[in-house]
Design a protein around this ligand. Sequence first.
Ligand SMILES: Nc1ncnc2c1ncn2[C@@H]1O[C@H](COP(=O)(O)OP(=O)(O)OP(=O)(O)O)[C@@H](O)[C@H]1O
Ligand SMILES: O=P(O)(O)OC[C@H]1O[C@H](OP(=O)(O)OP(=O)(O)O)[C@H](O)[C@@H]1O
Ligand SMILES: [Mg+2]
Length: 408
Amino acid sequence: MAATATSFQALIQPYSNYLSSSSLFPSSTSCIASPSSLLKPKIICSSSSSSSASPLTVVNGNVERSSVVPDRKEIRLGLPSKGRMASETLDLLKDCQLSVRQVNPRQYVAEIPLLSNLEVWFQRQKDIVRKILTGDLDLGIVGLDTVTEFGQGNDDLILVHDALDYGQCHLSIAIPKYGIFENINSLEELARMPQWTKEKPLRVATGFTYLGPKFMEEKGLKHVTFSTADGALEAAPAMGIADCILDLVSSGTTLRENNLKEIDGGVVLQSQAVLVASRKSLIQREGILETTHEILERLEAHLKAAGQFCVTANMRGSSMEEVAERILSQPSLSGLQGPTISPVFCKRDGKVSPDYYAIVICVPKKALYKSVQQLRAIGGSGVLVSPLTYIFDEETPKWRDLLQKLGL
Ligand SMILES: Nc1ncnc2c1ncn2[C@@H]1O[C@H](COP(=O)(O)OP(=O)(O)OP(=O)(O)O)[C@@H](O)[C@H]1O
Ligand SMILES: O=P(O)(O)OC[C@H]1O[C@H](OP(=O)(O)OP(=O)(O)O)[C@H](O)[C@@H]1O
Ligand SMILES: [Mg+2]
């Protein structure tokens, strides 16, 4: 087993079994057995209202919950209260006709009028994850990085939708471009540097005090120590506080501006916004499965539609089959399940017959112009392009997955 010559060393070693799993959500992992939870003292507080009540254990800000969900009627959904995910989350819900009605921005409770048994609670992202674990929230929309860092492999967290298509970033190690790191370009090379010893370990600055040590341990890096700060981590190497950082990257601008570079094999996690839920809530709380099903169906149908345009065009031809053959001869015109073709009837010389055909296809947004060119090439005219609100599949694949995860 790899040893880390640090203040983490004593903490990591006894828990190496928990750290060695490569799965994000190993079924047997407990959230209390983690290096970061052990960084802070366990606070044991007794309930003052009842002498017989069992003490609450607060671990790394997470209150361990009982196996029974708190007794309340409403289903609670946590949404980011501020920051870069907040407005995009509200926009996504609005696009799914699930607009959130908030009386004023400083009020932390709101509603989605279409979902009558649901309360929305605006919270910091990490608190959404913590509160799902304590049972104070049932569902939440947050970044996968936050779920993974603060969920710490807890089996109660279930990803209902793992790709909401915004908030994309990755958690990555970055090292200086200069000095002893000039020719270092991979995690392997970083690990092999002779500079890191028991007495003088590699110093990593990160806000991810659970995932950081876990990743280094899994990659077999010896002699690593971690320090933490709440932001502007990119300054740490230049300030001499750390040798490298482990932080979120999206455009890469902050790294570049601070003379830092990513390295091969240094990505810990790819992240985007996800819908997460408490397994216990999903199983025990009345009405939650129906509400989750509706949210999930709308999300999936909207996300599928968001990448497509609906294209209609007119086309002359001798029959529907002949028109279909011409359309299907073009690679960008096959639509979702093939083209819809309807005859457009005209009266000529007193006789009603199909004069031309109207075709309807779904086209990926990225391929729109190519599709229009191909339509024209086979005699299409009067091409109309409109956005799509939803594409409902016969069955929601993610719903099937969820039922399977719940053993239902
Ligand atoms: N470039 C990025 N940097 C940081 N987070 C990003 C980036 N791009 C997307 N994200 C997502 O946004 C989340 C962070 O949002 P934000 O910075 O608003 O919150 P925060 O500052 O971490 O929250 P808090 O103030 O509660 O600590 C990340 O967890 C991640 O999922
Ligand atoms: O790759 P980029 O697009 O440059 O984004 C990455 C930066 O954005 C985040 O910081 P944030 O803006 O949240 O400020 P913070 O450092 O105070 O956390 C993150 O911690 C990085 O510093
Ligand atoms: Mg930052």
